[in-house]
Write a protein that binds this ligand. Structure first.
Ligand SMILES: [Ca+2]
Length: 417
């Protein structure tokens, strides 16, 4: 202890001899010696009035001070150099000032003006989804200012300088939406609710069929791929709740009913000769006929590419090579009665793969089929009564491209049922 006191005393003498005035002041206050080095002082004001409780920081040195009732601050513990002084208080726009300090003496930064910040709050949602967490909201004019929505779709951005801005609301698979917003100091601007709709599927430029079954009535089943490959329902079909969440619809097929889609330039008669992907949500009954059509190609003499589900839960992709051939088939139990399952068949020219709920479960070598198809069908072809499907089908997508595993997963993730 004695030695420490002595060292402190020597340091004090050295300091006092160099700065007698400062020393005298400290002695008056009765707190003893303070560290040597330069001091930076100033007053923080807003609208000409002092602001108390503002944090003034030199981050480079880990030095900070807080303004008192008169808005004054004093930074000590500095060393010679040029510094950025960050002036910050909740509810105000953060500002950064530059200061140059010498090896000693006091630098007076004068009056530092800060401005009352504004806030933005609002709600952004994704159409048809029950949770809206993770939608990105960005202030385009302010670099790096972005937040994410909570599960209710709410977001809040604080510390915004007054002005006019553009908010960008975005989520993967959607075209972003922009919305203008005016921000005033000390106020919160409420933005009207934004709903992101029309999610784009992966490889959307290669999409040739997208039956969403959102119509909810009638026999017309619209194609949302933009290619106009609309289908028509026949027989005992029913509009029921869909795979995509609240308010969505799907089609239930009593055995023998079906949807027919004519071939076209895009949904071509020979499409299974080149890379393709078929994907759909199904909720099968798994009763009745042993083999049931999910996807059927007609007439029987041409191509005849068919995706079957068996009452034992197998998925089987078959076609004419030119003889009737099992091209790729899963084990029994892949799909279950009364449960939603996302199934996909991908042919990339080298292999066939069957996916269940975003994961590949069966693979085989690609085989060429004869093509020359005239019409495509869901659930049944209206001819082969012994292979009619009973159950629900939703979100039927066909691409003229082989989707990669992560892309199939992305399609499945659009609705986890
Ligand atoms: Ca649907």
């Amino acid at each position: 202890m004695r030695r420490i006191r002595l060292t402190a005393f020597i340091a004090f003498i050295a300091w006092a001899s160099l700065w007698p005035l400062a020393c005298a002041k400290k002695e008056e206050e009765g707190v003893g010696p303070t560290p040597t080095g330069p001091i930076v002082v100033g007053v923080v004001k807003s609208g000409g009035k002092p602001v108390e409780g503002v944090e003034v920081k030199v981050e480079a040195l880990g030095v900070s001070a807080t303004t008192d009732a008169s808005g004054s601050f004093k930074l000590t513990g500095l060393v010679e150099g040029s510094y950025s002084v960050v002036v910050e208080k909740e509810g105000y726009v953060k500002r950064v000032f530059e200061v140059v300090v010498g090896a000693e003496g006091t630098v007076n930064m004068g009056e530092l003006e800060i401005e009352l910040a504004g806030s933005i709050e609002g709600v952004a949602k994704i159409e048809g989804e029950e949770t809206h967490k993770g939608i990105t909201v960005k202030v385009l004019e302010l670099e790096g200012v972005e937040v994410q929505t909570d599960s209710e779709g709410r977001y809040s951005i604080t510390g915004i300088p007054p002005g006019s801005y553009t908010l960008e609301i975005s989520a993967p698979g959607f075209d972003p939406k922009t919305i203008p917003v005016d921000v005033e100091g000390g106020k919160t601007s409420s933005v009207e609710e934004v709903v992101l709709a029309g999610r784009k599927l992966p490889k959307s430029d290669k999409l040739v069929l997208w039956l969403r079954f959102i119509e909810g009535s009638g026999a017309d089943v619209k194609d949302y791929s933009g290619k106009g490959n609309n289908g028509t329902a026949s027989g005992s079909t029913q509009w029921v709740d869909g795979a995509m969440g609240k308010g969505d619809k799907a089609m239930r097929f009593e055995p023998g009913s079906y949807v027919k889609i004519p071939t076209s330039d895009s949904l071509s008669p020979d499409m299974f000769k080149s890379p393709f992907t078929i994907a759909m949500w199904i909720k099968p009954d798994l009763t009745g006929n042993t083999w049931q059509h999910l996807w059927r190609s007609m007439p029987v003499s041409s191509g005849h590419n068919t995706l079957f589900v068996n009452t034992d839960g197998r998925l089987s992709w078959r076609g004419m090579t030119p003889s009737w051939t099992v091209l790729c088939e899963t084990s029994p139990g892949a799909v279950k009665a009364g449960e939603w399952a996302h199934v996909a068949v991908v042919g990339d020219g080298t292999s066939f793969r069957i996916y269940l709920n975003g994961s590949p479960i069966q693979e085989s070598s690609f085989q060429d089929t004869t093509g020359g198809i005239e019409s495509y069908f869901l659930a049944n072809d209206g001819v082969t009564a012994g292979e009619a499907y009973g159950g629900i089908i939703d979100e039927v997508c066909v691409w003229r491209a082989a989707l990669k595993e992560e892309e199939v997963k992305q399609v499945w993730q659009m609705a986890k049922k």
